[in-house]
Structure formats: C-alpha cells, structure tokens
Design a protein around this ligand. Structure first.
Ligand code: FES
Ligand code: FES
Length: 162
C-alpha cells in the first residue's frame, strides 16, 4: 500500500492508502479530522473547503497522490493557529458575533472560503475591504439560507483581519 505524507494543521502526518483515495476521506476517515464536511463529493457544494498552502481547495475532488510531502493542508480545526494569539481566527469571531450558523453543516467550508477570499484579494489587489461583488463570487452552498448573515460576517471578519 502506498504511503502518503504531508503537513496537516502544523503537524506532519502519514497515511497508507491507495493513490486514488480522495483527500477528504483521508482527512475524515483515516486521520479523524471531521471539520471538512462531505456534501456532494464532486467539487460543487464546497462544504469540504480547506486550505492547501494557504489557498482554498476542495479535498473531495483531489486524489491523495496529488498531495506533495511539502504541502500544508489547513482545516477549520487548525485555522485559529494560522494567526497570532490564543483565540479564534478573526473570521471565526465575526461568525460568532453575527450568529451565522443554523444547522451548521456548511459553516466550516464557508469560513475557510471566506478567509481564503480575503487573503486572495489582499494578495492580488492590495485591498483590505471586501465588497458585495467579491462575495458574489463565492459558490459555497448553504441549504439553510444563511447567506445574508454570511455576507455580514465576511465583511466584519475582513475588517478584523486588517
Ligand atoms: S463535498 Fe467537496 S465540494 Fe461538495
Ligand atoms: S447552516 Fe445549514 S447548510 Fe448552512
């Protein structure tokens, strides 16, 4: 059985599994990291969104063989450790302030996408504010329809990330 190794939330991990197993199942079933949720399995719903090397990706559609030893994957469980201090990530704090979640299922993916989006805008455009049209580009599905609260929380979180 092939061995695969990468960094996960700051720690090196190693798993033995076939090359074609998708990263979402490596995280959830082999490593017990269940923050990334399984919704569609075909890169549509975005419930599984995590970061790879700081950028959003959808592990349900990436075979583990595509992950390099030097790659660093961050899930919602490790997000707070990507910023200074002992508390939550500013985007998580904003989420709590706005009381975004309803059933909660999509929320880890929503937060991971939001952080990646804000960082991408900073990197590419040097802007620290996020606009409604930036948020319109986000494709994460919420079956509970929490979109207005997600929008408010992303703007608050972006402001706190500056
Ligand atoms: S479960 Fe990954 S995009 Fe839907
Ligand atoms: S809060 Fe229920 S799916 Fe988004």
């Amino acid at each position: 059985m092939p061995t695969h190794s990468f960094k996960l939330n700051g720690e090196r991990v190693k798993v033995e599994c076939p090359d074609n197993v998708r990263v979402l199942w490596v995280l959830r079933d082999l490593l017990g990291v269940t923050g990334p949720k399984y919704g569609c399995g075909i890169n549509v719903c975005k419930a599984c969104t995590c970061h790879i090397n700081g950028k959003a990706f959808n592990p349900c559609s990436v075979p583990v063989s595509k992950i390099d030893r030097s790659d660093e994957i961050t899930t919602i469980e490790g997000l707070a450790d990507t910023v200074k201090g002992d508390g939550l990530h500013p985007m998580q704090e904003a989420w709590l302030d706005v009381d975004v979640a309803q059933c909660g299922y999509c929320q880890p993916g929503q937060i991971m996408t939001a952080v990646s989006k804000v960082n991408e805008i900073r990197r590419k455009e040097g802007r620290s504010t996020i606009t409604d049209s930036d948020i319109d580009e986000i494709r994460n599905v919420c079956r509970c329809g929490t979109y207005p609260r997600i929008r408010e929380a992303i703007k608050k979180g972006a402001a706190r990330m500056s």
